[in-house]
Write a protein that binds this ligand. Sequence first.
Ligand code: PMP
Ligand code: GLU
Length: 397
Amino acid sequence: MKLAQRIGRIKPSPTLAITAKANALRAEGRDIIGFGAGEPDFDTPENIKAAAVKAIQEGFTKYTPVGGIDELKDAIIAKMSRDHGLPYKRSQVVVSCGAKHSLYNLIQILCEEGDEVIIPAPYWVSYVDIVVLAGATPVIVDTPEEGGFKLTPELLKKAITDRSKAIILNSPSNPTGSAYHRRELEALAAVIEPTSMTVISDDIYEKILYDGFEFFSIAAISEALRNRTVVVNGVSKAYAMTGWRIGYAAGPEEIIAAITKLQSQNTSNPTSIAQKASVEALNGDQSAVAMMVKAFRERRNIIVDALNAIPSISCPLPQGAFYVFPNVSALYGRSCKGTKIANSSDLAAYLLDEANVAVVPGADFGNDNYIRLSYATSLKLIEEGIKRIGRACTRLV
Ligand code: PMP
Ligand code: GLU
């Protein structure tokens, strides 16, 4: 069968593919330790689950308005005001089936052939394919580890052309965990202001920050910036709600209306029950978030130290999210039993085969010198998994 060319231009999400592969190997009886999946290992907090159960019992199981119920929009508006001092109206908020869906919709209504979207690398795996699906061109800007994997005004200036339509910023970042300070965002904003680019600020990890790092939203720099920024966020990461599929976008009315129109012709509303649960997540007791962040911080410290203790691996300390992005390029060129490691994909395959450990190759995030490990898993598995990686690396000569 001849499928549309569109689908041939993209690849399956590598993070989801590796997680699926690890699960399949486990089902075959292999003892795999998974550092692949980027999802909290905690259960969704009880108050949030109870809100969903109540919604079911009360029969809240029908279509809702396409862009989300007012109660959830109001909870999002209250959160944006409380956390960032950002004022939004209901007409400036749309709820979708996960932040990935929000990003997909946004790029679909914003970008077309001939448009360029600036994406700093390392980037989250789906940005590039989402842009390609819209027929637009991703413009990848490499950001080096020495600069904390952050975009600088100089790098940004070089990437801007008269076709630049949008820029995607993600702080804290998946996969590096690096986060932007307010002054760094202000410097980028000064370069963006004279252009006509829309800023897409993917804030999905905003609550997962360590050592007092203060989150700052680029939309809060000025009213002019807010009027050209779309903030994308969701409940997946902060509230351990990956399976509930609720994300949202907040930004200019025209953009939000277009997303809602598009959504009315594909998914319709996001799940009614999950919307009620998300109202409770945003308005209810926040203590579970602090508990999870405390646990992630402890795990981060342990995994970074353990990785740095392996000769040939060097791992920077992330400020946020729940990923480490160690440099493994010193292992390239080495072999074990005839298997040569030439790049991050070879190393990930070798670690899965020889060490029963699943990691994601850095190449999928736009930098082949690294691999990504999610530490949203137990301390016991982190310690055992890194031991296995260390032993497998010693066998590479
Ligand atoms: N943005 C980033 C940077 C992510 O890591 C994720 C995680 N999958 C998403 C967006 C999408 O999250 P979700 O669709 O689960 O809301
Ligand atoms: N964002 C997570 C990750 O990077 C979940 C999987 C996905 O949607 O890509 O692993």
